[in-house]
Design a protein around this ligand. Structure first.
Ligand SMILES: Cc1ncc(COP(=O)(O)O)c(C=O)c1O
Length: 375
């Protein structure tokens, strides 16, 4: 843990973003994706606020371990948890855990479904099915839908609790990208085939952030936003005009200045003795790759009050150098904000690092305490 560096998570802004999501999809329930520690923001505090203050009733985890952490720390709360990828169904201890703690595994292969239907523990447990309509990662192949229907009938199951699919290219146009169009079409066929086979489907969902922002998939019973709830748009740079969403970042990454010194043009600094491109003031900030401030931030522009500095030389494990102009007012002890609520600035930073907003959030390490603000 680093004293002085912190990720300040403003939960009120989570509420604001949620309202904006609901404005887009007033008739759909939100299944809030909180996998990977709520995209790096803290699984339990974020989910707790989302449930108690915002009334969100459905949460999506990646692994059964995440689901266990969430359920065990918010024992008395009545929300639903889905486990999407790392379900580990076949381990007896987990199949019993699912049933005893109302955690729903999303069945994403035929083997999963077969195991589920043959396992006594799950005999009366809700069935959640995810189909592959072009993502080619997890999901039962669209072409196997008849087989699925037969299996369900054979086991006397005439109800699917939640039918889902997932877009592979939601950060691209929903109306032009062929893969997105195909996924939408196949999902409609799936729903129809289940209906025609006499299998009722209670809940459906297809839309993640990119789709929701483009107002696609909002007619299903649920939407599954992840990234947009934390602030950023998930559309690729250059496609901002397709988005109907204007969220604010729920987090602010703060650190402080450990040292400042003046440099002449060409003076070497830090590991590798990188010469600075111009004379100025170097501020050494207390964040490095050990905190999740990646080496790829080298060359990124950061703000200090009304000044712009450039991350110069190599990012170190626990500190980085930011070069400002000669007349900079920055000094040791100053608070330094790497990103704030400005989503555009954050997205530029991610693009500079040849990364994506998801990754930069998730890689903030446990050295940086998460502080929760309700201001
Ligand atoms: C199945 C599923 N649905 C929804 C989401 C949310 O995606 P996004 O963060 O792009 O909204 C994810 C995230 O990876 C997912 O795996």
């Amino acid at each position: 843990m680093r004293k002085g560096s912190q990720l300040v998570v403003d939960l009120k802004i989570l509420g604001e973003n949620y309202s904006k999501v609901k404005d887009l999809a007033p008739n759909a329930d939100v299944l809030f994706m909180v996998k990977a520690d709520a995209y790096g923001h803290g699984l339990v505090p974020v989910s707790s606020y989302a449930h108690k203050e915002l009334g969100i009733k459905d949460f999506g985890c990646a692994s059964v371990g995440e689901a266990m952490a969430l359920r065990s720390q918010l024992k008395d709360e009545k929300f639903e948890i889905y486990v999407f990828s790392d379900t580990q169904l076949e381990l007896t201890e987990f199949s019993q855990y699912y049933v005893n703690h109302r955690v729903k595994p999303v069945l994403k292969t035929l083997q999963d479904l077969d195991f589920f239907l043959n396992c006594d523990d799950f005999k009366f447990f809700p069935i959640c099915l995810k189909f592959n309509t072009g993502m080619n990662r997890l999901g039962i192949d669209f072409d196997k839908r008849e087989q699925v229907i037969e299996l369900l009938k054979k086991h006397g199951r005439s109800e699917v609790h939640h039918l889902m699919t997932h877009f592979a290219c939601a950060s691209q146009s929903m109306n032009k990208n062929k893969r997105n169009l195909k996924a939408r079409e196949e999902f409609n066929i799936l729903k129809e085939d289940f209906r025609n086979a006499g299998i009722s489907v209670e809940h459906t969902s297809i839309a993640n952030s990119g789709a929701i922002e483009q107002k696609v998939g909002l007619e299903e019973t649920h939407i599954r936003p992840g990234l947009m709830m934390y602030g950023p748009s998930s559309l690729n740079p250059g496609l901002e005009n397709l988005s109907h969403y204007d969220g604010r970042l729920i987090s602010r990454l703060e650190t402080y200045v450990i040292n400042t010194f003046e440099v002449e043009q060409g003076q070497p600094i830090g590991y590798g003795a990188t010469p600075v491109p111009h004379a100025g003031v170097v501020a050494v900030i207390a964040l490095g790759y050990g905190d999740g401030f990646p080496t790829r931030f080298r060359g990124a522009k950061l703000r200090f009050q009304d000044e712009i500095g450039v991350v110069s030389g190599r990012v170190n494990m626990d500190m980085s150098a930011v070069l400002f102009d000669k007349n900079s007012k920055i000094k040791a002890g100053d608070k330094f904000t790497v990103w704030d609520q400005d989503t555009e600035f954050y997205k530029q930073l991610c693009t500079h690092a040849q990364s994506i907003p998801y990754e930069i959030f998730c890689q903030i390490t446990p050295r940086v305490p998460r502080i929760y603000s309700l201001k």
